[in-house]
Design a protein around this ligand. Sequence first.
Ligand code: SF4
Length: 483
Amino acid sequence: MDEAVGVESNQIHELGKRVMGNARLAEAYRSSTLRLYDHRRQAIAEVPGFEALRERARALKREVITHLDYYLEQFAASVERRGGKVHWAVDAREACALVIALARECGAKEVVKAKSMVSEEIELNHALETAGIRPVESDLGEYILQLANERPAHIVAPAIHKTRGDVADLFERHVDPHRAEEPEELTAVARQALRTVFAEAGMGVSGANFAVAETGTIVTVENEGNIRFSTTAPRVHVALVGIEKLIPRFQDLAVFLRLLGRSGTGQKLTSYTSILTGPRRLGEDGPDEMHVILIDNGRTRALADEKMREALYCIRCGACLNACPVYRKIGGHAYGWVYSGPIGALITPELAGLKQARELPFASSLCGACREVCPVKINIPDLLLHLRAQAQETAAATKPPGSPVREHTAMRLWAWLMTSSRRYAWSARWARIGQHLVARSGWIRSSRFFPLSAWTRDRDLPALAPRSFRQRWKDLESEEKDT
Ligand code: SF4
């Protein structure tokens, strides 16, 4: 997104602190991500050769991204051959303008939307409303967020941070004054409100989980059936497709579908997989017209960077979010844009520009949990380090020399201590003596002294062991000698 509408990724510290200071929100993120993480773990344990499957998926994505020009042309030709129409959008503005023009052409005053992260990325709802067209989200999570006027907090589970009570409040205020409390009742309220929209909307907009170059097929996966409604009930279907969504052949779907559900929610397959190839033919159900908008919006920038193009392998399963200790603590909104978690920290700077999202590559402990769970084996920590280096270079070029004095001094002092074993041992000895003032039962839980205070404000710090490794080693040696 060249214009980076609404990107405020540099507020990650402030926004993250707000979540950590809100016990209800913090618990919602913690319990939901842990549950999804655990479901994934159980689901992949049942698949023999899961590693080989990941390797295969990675190889397929590498093939398609390396030869993206070829596969895009093949895809466009296949769509047109099946009676669909292909449009190309360089950025968010062009993509929105195309959707609006198509809605006006078919006289749609209301557009029903299936869950689509790329539509969030281009801020389609805002553009449609400004053009006097009413967008209605049909995915339950997205519908809740539309009522709350919020962005998705998770790639797969957009309303992951909302409790049942939150949803009941929203529905009571905006949809039906008779308060519903139980999940089944709440779903029924949403379903009732949406059924009329499906019947009346002139146009349906969806994203695509995969776009098959060989056949021109759009594939969507979901659990509610709303995507199927949105793409087949209205007379016109518009699919918004990021150019990285391509896979080469129809048979390759088998690889990706086995990975996607298991990695995202721990399901063997999601409840619905829709395979849409062109508009309806004689005797079929479905839309009269099918349009595919292929969206760049910064993706070719990532493609041009040989290292970063690996980020385009992502199939948006959300597994890295569930595994990430940082995401679990600060939640999705702290990342400031539509994509959150480790993959958000990678692609937001690529799509929105590093200037708007300079802090995101630093929002990681580099523990590698994201890499471990990624179905296409994206080396996220490595790419984050690459972005960090770029961010530092930009910062060094734009900041007046000497501005980060405190940081520089701290780093030089750290380097001075760490590059000499004698100095390291000496500093550890003093730290051990000093920590008696603040450590209790092996932990430093709060401290008034900077920089410890900055750390312990939000989390505990394990105290240094009473004896150093060297000391223990020495003691062991003398014990051995004695025996
Ligand atoms: S980076 Fe990997 S784990 Fe994260 S959303 Fe993308 S495919 Fe899933």
